[in-house]
Ligand binder design. Sequence first.
Ligand code: NOJ
Ligand code: CA
Length: 573
Amino acid sequence: MKKACSATDPLWYKDAIIYELHVRAFADSNGDGIGDFQGLISKLDYLQDLGVTCLWLLPFFPSPLRDDGYDISDYCAVNPSYGTIDDFKQFLDAAHQRNMQVMIELVINHSSDQHPWFQRARLAPPGSPERNMYVWSDTDKLYEGVRIIFTDTEKSNWTWDPVANQYYWHRFFSHQPDLNFDNPAVMEEVLNAMRFWMDMGVDGLRLDAIPYLVERDGTSCENVPETHVLIKHIRSVMDAEYENRLILAEANMWPADVRPYFGDGDECQMAFHFPLMPRIYMALRQEDRLPITDIMAQTPDIPPTCQWGIFLRNHDELTLEMVTDDERDYMNLAYAADTRMRINVGIRRRLAPLMDNNRRRIELLNSLLLSMPGTPIMYYGDEIGMGDNIYLGDRNGVRTPMQWNSDRNAGFSRADPARLYFPVVMDPTYGYQSINVEAQQSDASSLLQWTRNMLALRKLFQVFGRGTLEFLAPDNRKILAYIRDYQSEDGTHSETVLCAANLSRFAQPVSLDLAKFAGRQPVEMLGYVPFPAVTDQPYPLTLAPYSFLWLELQPIVSNVVEPTEQQMEVPEP
Ligand code: NOJ
Ligand code: CA
């Protein structure tokens, strides 16, 4: 018997709206300055009301927290700062009751050096099963030429361990030794951890740093065939024992290199689209759609059960690994003039500051997030336009406490402000006195309310999560225009949407070739406003600066839409 989970549709992730959050940053229930599961439970109504359908929790396991919890010292427990296993179960049930799925992290490329496996490995004799939980070498010349990921902190992927008298391999921080997947005991432990959380009812797992599982000499040690064998194995065990669960690949790679992580639909159901993300920012700054259309043209088709995960920002730096050197220079100049805003190969800022707090630009980027193919993944705080703190180390500037209201500590915690795990943002523009949930809840035109409306609208349609994408090619390259189309398998239901976005700071005219939709009735989706019918002639539109339009192309012109009550109340000019 397979174990069921909260989702009944095996493809639930295609219609999901994912919200990424850190328990530590969300809400502190016991006043110790650290967010916890009870705090998160108290905010589930907020998340349900916002309209997100799946919560992705950053690592909440015991950890020395030298990499914000991605340095795990026990895979099958909850960090006591955040609560107990019972608190986690209570959270999981409470989320499920609200029809929200829960995705957690399976960080299997590496552990913390404080993990008992590593402590035992150092002391165990070379060649023993205990030692072989990790990757050791007598020389740091093995796997020469493999790139370094954390370029700001690490000089080598090898670190000498004086206890073991050998070097150990690590693709990230030197306190994060890579697990050795050539040792079958490692896979056993991975499956134990997976079962531990899936037995409780966790719906999905994000597979962290998945390209780096296996090392092979003479290669880049990335995406090697053996790694795919391992992921297929994880998937097959998951499918054999559990129903409707999801694995999401974190593979920061070019589209062609990510494609194999979907396998033939037998590896990860989802993978992040890393290269698209920086190109959305480039297109905006260049006022030219080319970076977006170009990367999508390079994006291969994926198996029908698979899905891209798209995002604007997350808990890491805005990574610039998947762009050319010129593009990277451009992005740094455009979005991170102050070098403090840069880290490793990326930019450590939040969405609102990247957009210079320009509401129209923030909305425009979100409109792309919500209408490009894939499942949108939002980062906590971006729904209210939270700012960042570039004076904090590492990527912590984008990991500050959620801003709930204008009370002490932004309503995040009752602790002495000095005790908070990180200070709340306090500058005059983004500080909690101006940017907070409570204020935006009572402001009908706030970013929060806008986001809520957009999520509600998106959920009325399946086309965004499941439909095809076709770009239009109007002469005016400042306009990004595309058709999303969805036909249900049984042929009874069809949805066609025209999305048009003005990437320019000035108003723009555009003329679209919609001849193949001649006879259709476009209806603006936010206001349910009918637009002129489509003919075989070019279809003209005018777009205000940074504005976007979603027009549903309804089948028959004679089916003229009825105005809504609200629209009828609008007085004649
Ligand atoms: C990917 C995570 O997103 C990042 O935060 C972390 O630092 C690295 N994996 C290494 O664990
Ligand atoms: Ca707490």
